[in-house]
Structure formats: structure tokens, C-alpha cells
Design a protein around this ligand. Structure first.
Ligand code: 5GP
Ligand code: ZN
Length: 118
């Protein structure tokens, strides 16, 4: 039993709107979408931050990024010729607004995302 929200989703204890998964990675829609496409991609194994994962298992981090790209393609954000594009965001710590301490990459797209981010 864990009190980590995303570990509980991986375990199937909390429902998730899953859009893509592999043996090591899960992608599901954000409960409070900030864009027409707002999907969270997580490693199934618990790692707190992107930096921690990069140091302990860089191959798994590459799997997370590859899954994010696969989701973007599935959402028609990556197409041949005219590419609307997408943004990957991963927050670390309170200043960046990290609220769930299980690494997740936000895949955002489907609108003009603006720059710089808030
Ligand atoms: P953070 O602020 O840590 O970068 O992002 C956490 C994200 O998790 C937020 O965008 C928030 O809407 C999302 N979230 C929080 N609780 C749930 C939940 O129970 N289900 C889903 N699908 N997303 C959640
Ligand atoms: Zn976790």
C-alpha cells in the first residue's frame, strides 16, 4: 500500500483514462486539462523527479519521452508536412508547482501554447 497517487493509478486502485502504455510507462489524461490535449506520462516505477530518474535510470527516462512523442502522434500533433507541435513540461519542486511527487511529463497541445510559460 502506497500513498503515492500515481503509484495507485499504476496499481489500478484509482481509475485512469489511459491513452498509451508499455511494460514500463503509463500515459493518461490529466483530470484538469489545460489544453485540448493534456496527457501525463509516467514511469510505472516510482521516481520523484526528472533529475532523479535521469541519474538512476536514463533508459527509462528515454522511454517516458518516447511515449510522450507516441501520444503526441496519436493526438495528431505530429503529422507529415504540417505539424502543429506540442509541449512537454515536467515540474520539479514548489517554485515550479510540482504537486505530485512521482515524475510525470505533461504533454500539452491542440492550442497556441504561448511563450514564455507562466
Ligand atoms: P504537477 O503540478 O505536479 O506538475 O502536475 C500534477 C498534475 O496531476 C496536475 O496537472 C493535476 O491536474 C493532475 N492530477 C492530480 N490528481 C489527478 C488525478 O486524480 N487524476 C488525473 N488524471 N490527474 C490528476
Ligand atoms: Zn509513485
Amino acid at each position: 500500500m502506497t500513498d503515492c497517487l500515481f503509484c495507485r493509478m499504476v496499481a489500478g486502485e484509482i481509475p485512469a483514462d489511459v491513452v498509451h502504455q508499455t511494460d514500463r510507462v503509463l500515459a493518461f489524461r490529466d483530470i484538469s486539462p489545460q489544453a485540448p490535449t493534456h496527457v501525463l506520462v509516467i514511469p510505472k516505477e516510482h521516481h520523484a523527479t526528472v533529475g532523479a530518474l535521469a541519474e538512476t535510470d536514463p533508459a527509462l527516462l528515454a522511454d517516458v519521452v518516447a511515449a510522450a512523442h507516441a501520444v503526441a502522434r496519436q493526438e495528431k500533433l505530429v503529422t507529415d508536412g504540417s505539424e502543429p507541435g506540442y509541449r512537454l513540461v515536467t515540474n520539479t519542486g514548489p517554485a515550479a508547482g510540482q504537486t505530485v511527487h512521482h515524475l510525470h511529463v505533461h504533454v500539452l497541445g491542440g492550442r497556441d501554447l504561448g511563450w514564455p510559460p507562466g
